[in-house]
Design a protein around this ligand. Structure first.
Ligand SMILES: [Zn+2]
Length: 165
């Protein structure tokens, strides 16, 4: 199924989802721990998704452009606009996973639902990623899960330290 997709497109999609699930969740968890105001958490989450999706999309376009300029093998037949757009869309969709629970449910339970949803998402992503490149999916899934867990924990600690009332 994924064989027909150019590897650079796949990389944008995986990186976009992974980064969104890690960083947006860290922001949501941290702001929830630090403010406990639903509107503030929702606002921070939405701003993060939009700003990051744009920044990551542009960043992916530019870094891929330099790769193409240096490429002498002719392997880079991928379209730079598609690479950037896939990053934008993947980040946006991935970011909705931790943000939707805080929109729907009341705090503080929603922050836990948000973190759990994102960690499940990361585990599935790590699993699928390993399946695609044909390596053992379980270590890959746990690797990406611990990355998300550590980042979220750092967000929580900073939120607790800088708590506003
Ligand atoms: Zn390329």
């Amino acid at each position: 199924m994924f064989k027909d997709i150019h590897e650079d497109y796949l990389r944008s999609i995986i990186f976009g989802f992974q980064d969104a699930l890690v960083s947006t969740t860290g922001v949501v968890a941290g702001v929830a721990a630090g403010s406990n105001h639903k509107d503030t958490v929702v606002l921070a989450g939405i701003v993060t998704i939009i700003v990051e999706a744009l920044s990551m999309g542009v960043g992916q376009y530019q870094s891929e452009k330099s790769v193409h300029q240096m490429d002498k093998t002719g392997r880079h037949t991928d379209n730079l606009y598609i690479v950037g757009s896939l990053m934008f869309v993947s980040y946006f969709l991935g970011g909705l996973v931790p943000v939707i629970p805080v929109v729907i449910f009341p705090l503080p339970a929603s922050a836990s639902i948000s973190v759990i949803s994102a960690l499940v998402g990361l585990f599935i992503l790590g699993f699928l990623k390993a399946k695609m490149v044909k390596v053992n999916p379980i270590p890959s899934a746990f690797e990406i899960l611990s990355l998300g867990g550590i980042t979220t924990a750092i967000g929580l600690v900073i939120g607790k330290i800088l708590k506003i009332t």
